[in-house]
Each structure stands twice: as C-alpha cells, then as structure tokens.
Design a protein around this ligand. Structure first.
Ligand SMILES: Nc1nc2c(ncn2[C@@H]2O[C@H](COP(=O)(O)OP(=O)(O)O)[C@@H](O)[C@H]2O)c(=O)[nH]1
Ligand SMILES: [Mg+2]
Length: 352
C-alpha cells in the first residue's frame, strides 16, 4: 500500500518525509527502509501489537507497514508537463492514497511560490492541476467509450455514462470522488486510476506555537502537524519524546497520528497472528474474508485453507491469550467466507 505526498514547493513535503525516515521504531523488524531516495516504508504504530506481545512474549514482532513516496513538487501547469509535471503525474498515478501537504507556517526566509500563506487557495491550485490531468484522460476515454457503445456493448454503455458524469463534475472543478456512483459503476472505470478519485488526507503544516491549540482546517480529513518539529522529535529517544508529550499535554506525536490516519484512509484493517515465535500484524482491505486473509500470509494458505480459528482482540486480551479464550468458548471456528474484523487474532488450519 502506497501513499504519495504532494503539494506546492516549499510547504514541507520533504521535511515530513524525512521525519518518517528518521523515526525510530521500537522492537520492529521494519524500521524505515529507503527503497529509493523518494520512497520509504514505515511501520504503523499500533498499541495492540504491544499488548499482544505482553501475553505471548514472541521472539519476533512484525508490524504492518505503509510505503510513502515524496513526490516532486507540483506547480501551476503541471498537467501540461510544466516543472516536473509528467514525472509528477506518473508517480502519483501509482499510489493508493494522497497526502496533500499545505503550508500554514510563516517564515519570511522560506519563499511561498505564490507570495502569501493561504491554505485554501493552495489546495485549490493543486487540485485544479489534478482535475485538469484527469480531464485530459477522461475526454479521450469518453469519446472512445461512446464510439464502442454503438455496438450495444453493455459494459461500454455503462462506462460511457460514468465517464460523462465524471467529466461534468470535473468541469465544475469538483473531484471525481465526489460523484455518487454504484460499486458496479466504480468498477467500470477502475483501470483509469483517476487522480481525483483517490482518497486524500490534508496535512496542515503549522507553526510550532500552534501545536496543541485548536486549528481550523481548510478541508477534511486533516491532520495538523509541525513537520520541522516532528523531524526533530523523530530522532529523540522515546523517554524524551514522552516527556515532551506530557509537557504539552499531548497523547501522541503528530507523526504517529499522521501515520495512523493515513492507514485509515486506505480503508484497511489489521488482523494478528500471535504465538511464542512471532506476533505479526497483517493488513487487509476492510471486508476481506478469512481465506483472503490467509492468502496474505502465503498463497499456499489461500489454496489449502481449511478453517480459521478466530478470537477477537478484546477476548484475547481479556483471557490472557489463546488457551483461556478457548476454555471460555471465545474462539470461533470459521470457514472461508467469514468476514475478518479489525483486531481479530487468527490461527489458520491449512491442508496439504
Ligand atoms: N518554520 C517551519 N519551517 C518549516 C516547516 N516545515 C518545513 N519547513 C522549512 O521549509 C523549507 C522547505 O521545506 P521542504 O520540506 O523542503 O519543502 P518541499 O518543497 O515541500 O519538499 C525548509 O527550509 C524547511 O526547513 C515547519 O513546520 N516550520
Ligand atoms: Mg521537497
């Protein structure tokens, strides 16, 4: 799962990305790994993982991860290839969700490309580029689908009508995702990977003195964060981070909040496998069934799935582990089709 960080130049995208790369991850097999200077994966902080390890004392702990991409800055005209426009658009096409960094912080020494701090205006400029890029694709595809639908092909007729609806919205400067579509309609244009159809999280990059105060966000969902401070915090030992949080009366760092919110944005849930060897957090799409969950672990697990033994996270913790939960009758035996719930602790029975 990949999240792309976008925004105007000098808003703090790279600072946020660096904060992620510097983050020290406790007891993790996936500290930040840089795949490429602009791509890195980061583990998702999850309290539940720590709680499970207190029960099972595993040799190894494996959290879930998200990949972040620091996408080159976007300027007016990017959709026509201005600046690094083309590279920008091809990078962003591949991501599952977008983090849009918007500048709120003031600093006379750091130029704002349009000369003034105006988060609302910045969002509109960037989103207009995304809209124009989508429009270019849509108008071509729309003509093609209209032509193809003359043969009476039902799929092409559906596709043409969906593309027309989206084209109208884009022309009114609305994002494709604001168009109300049925699942079937959504599927008919999935291949286009429209930019304005992706989930967006807004990150408002604030001044240090705004931390912990009430912030007005220009658009939701939004996480206010002071990227510069977070990149400094990310390098401190956890004891010092705790002291800082207490001083400001904060529950967690902005960076953790940011990672968790990005994860939620992807419409994912976590299930666990846990025992003396390993406690492992796995990621699946919300609504996935037990067999698909097994397939996350290994393709053989998918093929040879027999059943899943599931204990809800709450029951697992309450019973202090699998054994007691079983005794209390809190373990459910489920087949392939059972929908996995966030936090389920699962043991898969697999055939040969
Ligand atoms: N005061 C302040 N400066 C910041 C903050 N975030 C980034 N900067 C500075 O703004 C400049 C541009 O940041 P950068 O992350 O390179 O922006 P990008 O072009 O969006 O990648 C750098 O000098 C940063 O140190 C912040 O939260 N507060
Ligand atoms: Mg940058």
């Amino acid at each position: 799962m990949k999240v792309g960080i976008i925004g105007l130049p000098n808003v703090g995208k790279s600072t946020l990305f660096t904060a992620l790369t510097k983050k020290q991850v406790d007891a993790s097999n996936y500290p930040f790994c840089t795949i490429d200077p602009n791509i890195g994966c980061v583990s998702v902080p999850d309290q539940r993982l720590q709680q499970l390890t207190k029960i099972d004392h595993p040799d190894k702990i494996v959290p879930t991860i998200i990949e972040f991409v620091d996408i080159a800055g976007l300027v007016k005209g990017a959709h026509k290839g201005e600046g690094l426009g083309n590279k920008f658009l091809s990078n962003i096409k591949e991501v599952d969700a977008i983090v849009h960094v918007v500048r709120e912080f003031e600093n006379k020494n750091i130029t704002h490309v349009h000369g003034k701090i105006d988060p609302q205006d910045d969002i509109e400029i960037v989103e207009l580029e995304l809209i124009l890029a989508d429009l270019e694709i849509i108008s071509k595809q729309c003509k093609q689908a209209q032509k193809n639908s003359k043969s009476g092909d039902k799929e092409q007729i559906l596709r043409a009508s969906v593309l027309e609806k989206i084209e109208q919205a884009l022309e009114k400067n609305q994002l494709a995702k604001t168009v109300d579509l049925t699942q079937k309609e959504k599927n008919s244009i999935k291949d286009l990977q429209l930019l304005t159809n992706k989930p967006i999280l807004y990150v408002l990059n604030i001044n240090e003195d705004q931390i912990g105060k009430k912030i007005n966000c220009p658009k939701n969902p939004c996480v206010p964060i002071c990227a510069k401070l977070e990149s400094e915090l990310a390098q401190l030992p956890s004891q010092e981070v705790q002291e800082y949080l207490q001083e400001y009366n904060l529950k967690e760092t902005g960076l953790n909040k940011f990672i968790q919110t990005s994860y939620q944005l992807l419409d994912l849930i976590t299930f666990f496998t846990s025992g003396p060897k390993e406690t492992h957090a796995w990621t699946i799409k919300k609504g996935a069934n037990a067999q698909q969950a097994a397939g996350k672990i290994h393709s053989d697990f998918y093929k040879n799935f027999i059943r899943a033994e599931i204990i809800s996270y709450q029951d697992y913790i309450k019973s202090n582990g699998e054994l007691k939960a079983k005794e209390k009758g809190l373990m459910r035996i489920e087949g392939k089709e059972c929908i996995v719930q966030d936090g389920d602790v699962i043991y898969f029975r697999i055939g040969n």
